[in-house]
Design a protein around this ligand. Structure first.
Ligand SMILES: [Mg+2]
Length: 245
């Protein structure tokens, strides 16, 4: 079936991931500890909070919560770790606000990866429908796509704000199809994590892994139809090999 839709993860796939999210996570962990200092009876530090979401020093685990999951899952993990007695839903809202604040306080860290904007423009001119499927929240997603000057290129922007099942559940890909009048077999999902690849396959789409984010080629290969270094390396000549047509 002819490919007509290209759906992209955001961070590590279109936007620089490491520099930004490491900084944001470090800041949000420190701010969370400050906000809940009175209840931190076990004197946990930011190293423990960061380890719980897959951040170890400067390394970010591609299977960890920071790389692959919505911020609500980070809040759940931190709530359990801190063994808080205060309201869990309020804690989750606070953590989400602290992450969003870190994103908005660090606009210079939000950058499109090399060659991405030109490639997306080119693909749009070829007639592909373009979409985003991210585990990031609505506010941070729209803000970062606007700052990176990419937002006008997309027919669909799907985020995880607690109102739709996050990746790897197929709901965001089905929403893209509905918006663009496509079926999943006409879509390629691009992403930098195993979760992105599982998401594409769960929905019935083709998958392309990229190495501009957190995962290695060996990690992505079993779940991807092909692995490229970057979305910037994609061209329509690859469609024949990916879709087996
Ligand atoms: Mg990513």
């Amino acid at each position: 079936m002819e490919i007509k839709g290209l759906l992209f993860d955001k961070d590590g796939t279109l936007l620089e991931f490491h520099q930004m999210w490491l900084h944001v996570a470090q800041g949000a962990a420190a701010d969370t500890l400050t906000a809940y200092a009175a209840e931190n009876n076990h004197h946990l530090d930011d190293v423990a909070l960061l380890a719980a979401i897959g951040v170890h020093g400067n390394d970010v685990d591609n299977h960890g919560l920071l790389a692959s999951n919505p911020v609500e899952d980070t809040a759940d993990a931190w709530y359990q770790l801190l063994q808080l007695s205060s309201d869990k839903a309020q804690f989750s809202r606070t953590v989400k606000q602290l992450f969003n604040k870190q994103v908005e306080d660090n606009p210079t860290l939000i950058q499109a990866l090399p060659g991405i904007k030109a490639k997306l423009l080119n693909l749009k001119q070829q007639g592909f429908r373009l979409g985003i499927a991210t585990a990031d929240s609505k506010d941070a997603t729209l803000y970062s796509l606007m700052l990176a000057e990419l937002i006008d290129l997309f027919d669909f922007v799907g985020y995880s704000d607690g109102d739709i099942a996050p990746k790897p559940a197929p709901a965001l890909l089905h929403a893209f199809c509905e918006q663009c009048d496509l079926v999943p077999q006409q879509v390629i999902m691009f992403g930098d994590t195993v979760s992105d690849m599982k998401f594409g396959r769960n929905a019935g789409a083709s998958t392309i892994g990229v190495l501009t984010g957190t995962a290695t080629e060996d990690e992505l290969q079993p779940y991807a139809d092909t692995v490229l270094y970057s979305v910037a390396d994609f061209n329509s000549d690859l469609l024949m090999t990916i879709t087996h047509c």
